[in-house]
Every structure is written in structure tokens, then in C-alpha cells.
Design a protein around this ligand. Sequence first.
Ligand SMILES: Nc1ncnc2c1ncn2[C@@H]1O[C@H](COP(=O)(O)OP(=O)(O)O)[C@@H](O)[C@H]1O
Ligand SMILES: [Mg+2]
Length: 435
Amino acid sequence: MAAAASLPIPPGPSKRQELLIELSRVSKDYDTGGGVVHAMRDVSLNIEHGEFVAIVGTSGSGKSTMMNILGCLDRPTHGTYMLAGLDVGSRAGDSRAIVRNRVIGFIFQGFNLLPRTTALENCELPLQYRGVGGGERKRRAKAALEAVGLGDRMDHKPNQLSGGQQQRVAIARALVTDPPLLLADEPTGNLDTRTSLEVLALLQRLNRDLGITIILVTHERDIAACASRVVTMRDGRIVSDVVQDEPVDAASELANVPPPDVGGPLSHRELDDGEIKARRAKQPVPFRVFVSMLLGSKLGLAFVRALLAVAGVAVHGQFALLAVAHALALVAESWRGATVGRKRLGYPLTSDQRVRLALWYTVGTGVVGVLVVLAVTFGKMFALQSQLGAWSLVALVADRLAGRGLAVTVGALVGFHVALVLLRYLLLSMMNPRR
Ligand SMILES: Nc1ncnc2c1ncn2[C@@H]1O[C@H](COP(=O)(O)OP(=O)(O)O)[C@@H](O)[C@H]1O
Ligand SMILES: [Mg+2]
């Protein structure tokens, strides 16, 4: 990392120094066994700091090959590639990786976001790889998300965001390291017209306001019309290179596109708050939350017992005391459930999720409780009861129910568990963090 920190990115004043990219007679051959494919043939291309270049061409014309070379992901077979004044074409893999991480932000067609990770955490990743500390990382990731207009969506995971919002997160992630160059291979390939224009408007703003150089591959003429220069490829060669003095302004073009169809597919428009709520409500409660609740309950119980022991109060066989201890354990477990749920999901448990959590947790622990009751009843024969019964509320309950008949026993157990579900739901709601 020390080497990376000292790498120069010359902004120098002379004409030559302003060249960010200089491809000289670059060729790329792929040896496919069945013959050599000439994916790039003798390509020369200069790009200055601050340009917005679109690369167009039919499928197979060599656009992605050229982007891989520009992005230092691949090396030319022949020719030289100078990036920010450094001959990267001839550098070894490690050294190219350092230049790549310093100078280039990548945006892909498929967004490439980590699915179970919030927008903020996704944006922190490139900084984490660079060893930037926690606080600084959060601050910069937040700033990048704010720059792309997602300041209010930082704790959303990709499946809670529309396609356009996901691409904006990907752009924020590419920007977070402050690279002077953004490379985007078909960044709007998965998006509808309106969302594509929104992404383009953002890229144009980054280019104009921050001076970031942008190279974008597209097969759509409408998209290319927004660039200040269009390079057309065919059969691995550049066949035209045209400067567009008045590129289409994506932001004003947006005004001419009809507003999103309200009934349209979700991925094609911004999600409103109602839809986000609906999506969140459907999300399963992570298993870890159940485990944390159980731990909370056991620790709470152990804590109360320890307190009583210190105070010299005997709990053995004391129904009322055990009941109070269990009530406090309920509070502890709900607090764990609500806070761990908030942490795992990235947002407070929705009421739907609280209902499911209370229900399944009660069913799960209830089944275990019933097994204990059976064990105790069975254990009476083996004189187990004297040990278990004194310590366990469940065993005491079993003892009280013993001999009352099946109907009463089942009725009491069912009623007790229904009450527990309600109580847990109430407690989870009371303990739930606000945001
Ligand atoms: N890794 C590879 N191995 C062999 N041939 C490849 C490889 N990558 C690309 N090609 C070939 O190189 C040519 C250019 O491909 P590509 O750069 O992906 O075009 P584009 O992105 O314009 O569609 C195509 O004929 C393609 O089949
Ligand atoms: Mg391609």
C-alpha cells in the first residue's frame, strides 16, 4: 500500500501531460486452439483528462476487449498502453493491480453488488480493501451515496432497491476511492429508457462538476448521443472517432420521457416507501435472531437466579419467584431479538416480522418445553423429578397439571402459549428500535 500511495497521477499543465490514456498500435490476439482471434487490431487512441467518451460497435467488434485493456484487467499482445503517464501495458500483474485500484472505478452492466449487504457496506468495500479505517470509511461511503442521491437509502440491501438505484449504488462504490477515471461496460444494458437517462444524467454531472473522465461502452445510439466523443469499432479496429460539440443533456432529455407507468415492473422505477415496507415485511427473520433471543432468555434467567442467590433467597420450588424470573427473562430475550434483528436486517423488525418471530420462537421453545414436561413425568419413575422440578418452572407447571386430565392439560398449555405469543409480540414492539 505504501507503493500505491506514492504513485504519481500527473495532472501537469503541458499538453502531453493532459493525456490520461494513450494506446499506441495496440493489438490483442486470443489463441483459441482452433485459431487466433484478432479481437483488437492496431488500435491507437488518445483520451484527455475530463473527456466523456462513448465506445460503440456491433457485438464482437472488440469493445469489451478494449475496456479490459484500458482497465488494466488484461494486457495488449502488441503495442503500448500509457495510463496517467505510466506504461501499464508492460507492467506485471501486481503492479497493474495497484495502478488499477488507484486510478480506475469500474461500473458493470449487472451492478455486481453484494446481495446481503447494505448500500453503505457495499460502498465501503473498496476502502476496506485499501485498509481505510472504520470511521473514515463510513464517512466517505456516505458522501459517495449522497453524491448519487441515495443519502436516504444507505441501509437498504440491493433487493430493496430498484434497478436504477442499484446502478447508482454501484456508481457510488466506483467513486468512493476518488478515481480520476470511470470505466463502464454497458452500464444501462439492464435498464429501461427512463432509468438509463437518469444514470446518464448522473454520469454527465460527475463528468462536468468533478472532472471525472468517463469511458462508456454502449450499443445504443441514444446513450452514445450523451457523450462528448463517440468512438466506433468494427472487427477490432476503430472505424470512426467523432467529437460531439453539443452532446444531448440527459437531465433535460428526461423531461421529455413520460413519467414511469405506475403499474410497471418494480425494477424499472424508484421504489416508494410503501413498496419498501411491503418488501421488508416479506423478508424472513434470520435464524441468528432466534438464537440470540434464546441466549438472551437464558442469560437473563441466569442473571436473576444469581441475584437471588446472592440475596440468599431460595428459589427451589418457589413458583412465584420462578415466574417473576421468567418474566424478566422474557424482557431480556425480546430486547435481544429486537436489537439483533435491527443489526442483521439493517432496519427495525417490521410488525409482520415481529409476529412471525414471536410465533415461531414460542412454538420452538414450546416444543422443547413439552418434551421437558414429558421427561419429568417419565422421570418421576427414576426419581429425576426432585432435581429437575425444583429448578424448572416448566416442571413445576407439569407437577401442578398432573392428574387433572388430558383436556385441562392441553387447554392450559395451548392457552399459555397463545398468551406467550401475544406477550412476546408486545415486548418485541416495545423494544424495537425506531430506525
Ligand atoms: N477470452 C477470449 N478468448 C477468445 N476469444 C475472445 C475472448 N474474448 C473475446 N473474444 C473474441 O474477441 C472478439 C471481440 O470480443 P469482445 O471484445 O467481447 O466484443 P464486444 O464487447 O464488442 O461484443 C469476439 O470475436 C470474441 O469472440
Ligand atoms: Mg462486450
